[in-house]
Write a protein that binds this ligand. Structure first.
Ligand code: GMT
Length: 377
């Protein structure tokens, strides 16, 4: 199959899902054309059958704003014709599906192509709900050939908010459990913590929705009971606020701010628990990657997280905003090696059994095939 995948290249789960899907589809012999305005940040290894297409964002002095949506549409129309693309898979309804629909319309007299839209989160839960975006998201969903959502939670939010005119398939996010596997790296662990200390990790793009200050506040309580260090991985708009809080709480010596990292397996491998404090998550891919590395997750009970984190079995789900409880449950795990290991093993089992990339890639391939065969979804 010849497939074009459009995604945001920036730090975030949707770009990761799109890139990892591209790798898996290419490995299975499909020709995959990844389309974005710069290299997606996990697109960092050479693999056969994947081609990257950079979308030039024109900045002509007459126009105050870059014309991102139509630049992508133009690039897609070109690739679909030159590479005989059968499927355009858009990650994010806005603007990518709009671009896909425009491209399809441009070439409709010479070539047929199907547009698949995968909804990830903010396009539905936050951005899509703003009144000025509602109609355009609705239009995108009604015009695309197929819609997938990364969780049941997002499925229900999408139906509630937009009532699309076609069925939605839930295809959850995935992890390559062969790559995301706990490694023994004592030398790396010692770079960040003493042998007597535990390591807590948080990975995100430091947006408001992630509530990273809650991680720092919970850590403040945890480190009073358990000698520990916190690894903060990622960067984003709230980073300065988080840094100020760290200084104010006098925690600078106990927290490592590591910035954006393309490979997190090593860091997850030396970590004891993963703290996630988002107020919503379409899915919560970073948590699944942690689980695959046997790191139990302690997080707020929001969005799609409860679909793969089993409270009291492979992680803990805490009512939103309850920082005391977040700390208490973290301490429970950090103070009991047997319990933490049990949770970690169970977490990996969950990842392998239900969310491995092999399993989920097949679902996308089945969807593409049904669309091309004209089956009713
Ligand atoms: O929509 C966003 O907030 C950004 C987006 C991204 O690009 O990372 O995150 C969403 O997509 C991820 C991949 O499917 C999900 O794992 C995240 O839960 C989801 N984020 C939110 O819903 C806040």
């Amino acid at each position: 199959m010849n497939i074009a995948i459009v995604c945001y290249p920036t730090l975030g789960g949707s770009g990761i899902v799109a890139t990892e899907l591209a790798y898996k589809l290419a490995q299975k012999g499909n020709k995959v054309h990844l389309v974005s305005y710069s290299l997606p940040f996990r697109f960092n290894k050479f693999k056969e059958n994947i081609y990257f297409h950079n979308v030039p964002i024109t900045n002509y002095p007459l126009f105050e704003f870059p014309m991102y949506t139509i630049s992508i549409a133009a690039k897609l129309a070109e690739i679909v014709q030159n590479e005989n693309i059968e499927i355009i898979h858009c990650h994010y309804a806005i603007p990518h599906t709009i671009s896909g629909i425009i491209a399809k319309e441009i070439i409709k007299d010479y070539q047929k192509v199907k547009v698949v839209t995968t909804l990830h989160g903010t396009d539905v839960t936050l951005v899509g709900k703003q009144e000025n975006f509602r109609q355009i998201v609705q239009f995108a969903l009604n015009k695309t050939d197929a819609i997938t959502c990364v969780s049941e939670f997002l499925y229900h939010s999408t139906i509630r908010e937009f009532s699309p005119n076609k069925p939605i398939e839930v295809i959850p996010n995935f992890v390559d459990t062969k790559e995301y596997k706990r490694q023994k790296i004592p030398s790396l662990r010692r770079r960040f913590a003493k042998d007597t200390e535990k390591i807590i990790i948080h990975i995100s793009n430091f947006r408001k929705v992630k509530r990273v200050p809650d991680v720092v506040l919970a850590f403040e309580l945890i480190q009073k009971e358990i000698p520990s260090r916190l690894l903060l991985v990622g960067d984003g708009p709230d980073f300065s606020e988080v840094e100020s809080l760290i200084m104010k709480l006098n925690l600078k010596d106990k927290i490592w701010c590591l910035g954006e990292q393309t490979s997190v397996v090593e860091l997850l491998s030396i970590s004891d628990i993963f703290l996630l404090t988002s107020e919503t998550e379409g899915f919560g891919l970073a948590a699944l990657e942690a689980m695959s590395c046997e790191v139990p997750v302690v997080c707020y009970n929001v969005g799609g997280l409860k679909e793969f984190i089993h409270d009291g079995k492979d992680g803990f789900l805490i009512p939103i905003g309850k920082i005391d409880l977040l700390a208490k449950k973290s301490i429970e795990l950090l103070s009991n090696d047997t319990l933490r290991t049990k949770f970690g093993k169970k977490a990996r089992q969950t990842a392998i059994e239900s969310y491995d990339s092999e399993l989920i890639t097949k679902k996308y391939l089945n969807l593409y095939t049904s669309l091309l065969n004209g089956d009713t979804l």
